[in-house]
Design a protein around this ligand. Structure first.
Ligand code: ZN
Length: 203
């Protein structure tokens, strides 16, 4: 199982970190050991003083595929959830300055939270999906899939040029603006439309 993540897929998030808008999807990966299932607490690792939450729509690949054509791409996924791409922002900043890969800032153990899976409705596949992340009961991120720079279909077509996609692979589709630091005791909850799919306590 592979975990793909898309960086800077919302203009307001690229801007809040002073990053340029990418011309192609910006891809990075997390290892399978990064996954943290819904309901499990997240322990702040001792190597970072600045762990950020990034609430994101996560799509699960439902069919193996390579070089997927745009007209068939919507048959390659059926389920989605909300997830958190935990990021050691202090480490990432240092790596970015040097032009080094981000892996230790992004792919560390339990850095990829996944919520409960739901099925795409036809309206979700053809239209907009609203999602929110709450911290301690207050909404800190509000996302609309229609505001993605690269749509779910665009991302899958692009990824499949370089990587064989396999059943169960996950794609974190990027975070909207509003990312921020977590501290011990925080509670993060994720929603797609009004449905609560994710709960994560920070320890
Ligand atoms: Zn992210």
């Amino acid at each position: 199982m592979k975990i793909f993540c898309i960086g800077r897929n919302y203009i307001n998030h690229a801007q809040e970190l002073n990053n340029p808008i990418p011309e192609n999807p910006l891809i990075f990966m997390k290892p399978p050991t990064a996954m943290l299932r819904k309901g499990k607490p997240f322990y702040i690792p001792d190597f970072s003083n600045e762990i950020h939450y990034e609430g994101e729509l996560v799509v699960k690949i439902a069919k193996n595929g390579k070089n997927i054509a745009p007209e068939f791409v919507s048959s390659y996924y059926k389920e989605l959830t909300i997830g958190i791409d935990f990021t050691a922002r202090d480490i990432q900043k240092k790596l970015k300055e040097k032009g080094h890969p981000w892996e230790i800032a992004k792919g560390f153990d339990f850095s990829a939270v996944v919520g409960n899976w739901i099925y795409f409705t036809d309206e979700m596949k053809s239209g907009n999906i609203n999602f929110t992340l709450n911290k301690n009961g207050e909404t800190v991120q509000r996302g609309k899939s229609e505001e993605m720079i690269f749509s779910i279909n665009d991302i899958i077509v692009y990824l499949s040029k370089y990587f064989k996609l396999q059943i169960g692979d996950l794609i974190y589709t990027g975070t909207p603006g509003g990312v921020g630091k977590v501290k011990s005791g925080d509670i993060l909850e994720g929603y797609i439309e009004k449905e609560n799919l994710l709960y994560c306590e920070i320890r």
